[in-house]
Design a protein around this ligand. Structure first.
Ligand code: HEC
Length: 219
């Protein structure tokens, strides 16, 4: 029994370690409250991502046609709305930044965001996007990633839209990036419900069958 307990507590070790590793960004993360099943949000997120992020970032493990299929666009729609006619539907979603420019202008290369939501979490992305602030001298910084070389790209929306619209924009982008991190999750969520519904029907049928079999047997 003692041995079993030791083994069990050893199994828990990696969890405690990862909780500590995740707690390194100074402020409490805000919940993104995004919803992968909200197709409108994913579509808005894809357009916002194209408009505000692809100048620097790619999601290179995704192709346009896969995104179109998953979030409810035709091939023509995604080429028009997300690629602005500049890419083919079979292309990977690459950044519009030319090679070498990021290093010169920003001093670093913006990371590919395909797996960022898996790596850091959707709440992290949401909080990171909405926690830019200006110090007394007017210099921009970020509460989550101090001294980041990424500018406050949503500043225009932050200034000109209602706070709720601004939060929604950040939520839609986070939603889109969570989807990109694990595209099959949407189908899995759908499949889960179907499986549960199927099992319930099966339960009903087997129950009726059992009643039928035992009907004439006295017990
Ligand atoms: C002008 C170029 C530029 C644009 C536009 C841009 N980013 Fe970035 N982004 C960067 C750079 C540079 C980094 C690396 C930051 C660093 O390490 O300080 C970065 C890093 C990130 C990170 C990782 C942060 C971390 O903790 O390492 C995320 C997430 C991110 N960007 C999301 C976005 C999203 C979402 C958008 C669109 C709304 C966007 N970025 C638009 C340049 C950009």
């Amino acid at each position: 029994m003692k041995k079993l307990l030791t083994v069990f507590s050893l199994c828990l070790l990696p969890f405690t370690a990862s909780v500590e590793a995740a707690g390194g960004h100074g402020i409490e993360l805000k919940p993104a409250e995004n919803n992968l099943r909200d197709q409108d949000s994913l579509q808005r997120g894809a357009i916002l991502f194209s408009n505000y992020c692809m100048a620097c970032h790619s999601v290179k493990y995704m192709r346009y046609n896969r995104i179109a299929r998953d979030i409810g666009w035709t091939d023509d729609e995604i080429v028009a709305k997300m690629a602005y006619g500049q890419n083919k539907v079979v292309d990977n979603v690459e950044t519009r930044m030319l090679d070498g420019v990021a290093m010169q202008v920003l001093g670093t290369n913006p990371p590919d965001l395909s797996l960022m939501a898996r790596l850091k979490g959707t709440d992290y992305i949401y909080t990171f996007l909405t926690e830019y602030y200006q110090d007394e001298k007017g210099k921009w910084d970020n509460h989550v990633l101090k001294g980041t070389s990424m500018p406050n790209v949503l500043e225009g929306i932050q200034r000109h839209a209602e706070p709720e619209e601004y939060a929604q924009a950040a939520r839609d982008i986070s939603n889109f990036l969570e989807y990109a991190g694990e595209p099959a999750k949407i189908q899995r969520l759908d499949l889960g419900w179907k499986v549960v519904a199927f099992l319930l029907v099966l339960l009903l049928l087997t129950y009726l069958l059992k009643k039928e079999y035992w009907r004439d047997i006295k017990h």
